[in-house]
Design a protein around this ligand. Structure first.
Ligand code: FES
Length: 167
């Protein structure tokens, strides 16, 4: 699938590395090992260098996402409304740190900057659903809601899902 991506770039063009990695991640949700090998070959760099670049930028993910992706907004409006406490509660409940996926692959926890819902800060999203003006006490029920829920597979499917805003 990522072969089509390479058609848009010039071979051995090292400046294409970041956009190439972004496009590969858009397809797979992370950077699979075989794709990294192909990117290295295409841009004419070593695999070690590609790994170095990919792990330097926190926008790149080296492992697949969990079935549900929880994003905690750490933008200013959410920060002043104690979004850090939501993050700590999620980390405690899920037994992972931000940027990690649970062992059972049900949840990935990520940090994001402002997601444009400052009026309902503090905000977290789970897949495509927004939860605003929430507190630590709301975290267990939110996690429970997604325990058995299948993953939203694509952007198109996600776009078709109804967004829920909890006020
Ligand atoms: S700062 Fe969190 S939504 Fe804007």
């Amino acid at each position: 699938m990522h072969n089509e991506i390479f058609l848009r770039y010039n071979k051995n063009d090292k400046s294409a590395l970041i956009p190439l990695l972004q496009e590969v991640q858009d397809v797979y949700g992370y950077l699979p090992e075989d794709a990294i090998n192909e990117v290295a070959e295409f841009v004419g760099s070593s695999v070690a260098r590609i790994y170095g670049v990919a792990t330097f930028y926190n926008m790149f993910r080296m492992t697949p996402l969990g079935a549900n992706v929880i994003k905690v907004c750490r933008g200013t409006a959410c920060h002043v409304k104690n979004s850090a406490n939501l993050l700590f509660a999620l980390e405690d409940s899920l037994k992972i740190k931000a940027g990690q996926t649970t062992r059972d692959k049900k949840f990935t926890l990520e940090l994001v900057n402002c997601i444009g819902a400052c009026s309902i800060a503090p905000v977290i999203t789970v897949n495509e659903e927004y939860y605003g003006r929430i507190g630590v006490k709301d975290i267990p029920s939110i996690i429970k809601k997604y325990q058995g829920k299948p993953k939203v597979e694509s952007k198109d499917e996600a776009a078709n899902q109804k967004q829920e805003v909890v006020l």
